[in-house]
Design a binder for this molecule. Sequence first.
Ligand SMILES: C[S@@+](CC[C@H](N)C(=O)[O-])C[C@H]1O[C@@H](n2cnc3c(N)ncnc32)[C@H](O)[C@@H]1O
Length: 246
Amino acid sequence: MGRWSRAVAPVFLDWLGAARRASWLDVGCGTGILAETLVELCAPASVHGVDPAAAQVSAAARGPARNHAQFQVADARKLPFADASFDVVASALVINFIAERPRALAEMRRVARPAGLVAAYVWDFAEELSPSAPLRRAMRRLGADVPGIPGTEASRLEALRALFLEAGLEQIETRTVDVCLAYADFTDFWESQTPDYQPTTKIIAQMKPSERTRLMHAVQAALPPGPNGSIEYCARANAIKARVPR
Ligand SMILES: C[S@@+](CC[C@H](N)C(=O)[O-])C[C@H]1O[C@@H](n2cnc3c(N)ncnc32)[C@H](O)[C@@H]1O
């Protein structure tokens, strides 16, 4: 799914309009896609990334941003930084997954400097517009018990706005980011949509071969290939940015 993260990050960073030579914190950095994109595009003075998953952090630390960013294991709800440490605190595709979102936001605000930026984006799960939506919709249509995505309702723009307001942030702005991607063919789509860690992959693995074939046909009917066999569709991220009061 990294290709979708990579498609949203530059649009979000351009919209943030952060100054060059800023100090950045990437909260829930995963394998470091936002960090590496901002190193490429935003001329940062420093970049830190945190994520509670040690495997993700070590992948980020080996990745393209390794010479320009520092990555460490930490949770958004307890950030290991002093107050007012960063010019920009940003979080990509994470906030809906956090169990205590107000606590995470309070921490993000605390480590951002006065007048600094706090910003985030998440897939629009509430409107079923995430990159996994076509597969999830087809599974549901065939009667599979598809588990809900954690924090689905929290992915709405209004929910993000309420969360940022509650954290005492100011000058709140929101936008949607629509990104469209093409997979080379159905196999490319299918392999990318069924990584081991997805709960839907486990459900598909337990299907009878005939059910799995029916599901593949249902997805193919919903996503007809282009003339060269490629599969293209769009997903939507909801983005928010705000300032810490002076
Ligand atoms: C969908 S990935 C996004 C990764 C990356 N930011 C990107 O844009 O590709 C979600 C990430 O959120 C992290 N995460 C989940 N709960 C978190 C928490 N409480 N604090 C910080 N990160 C968290 C996960 O470990 C995972 O790496």
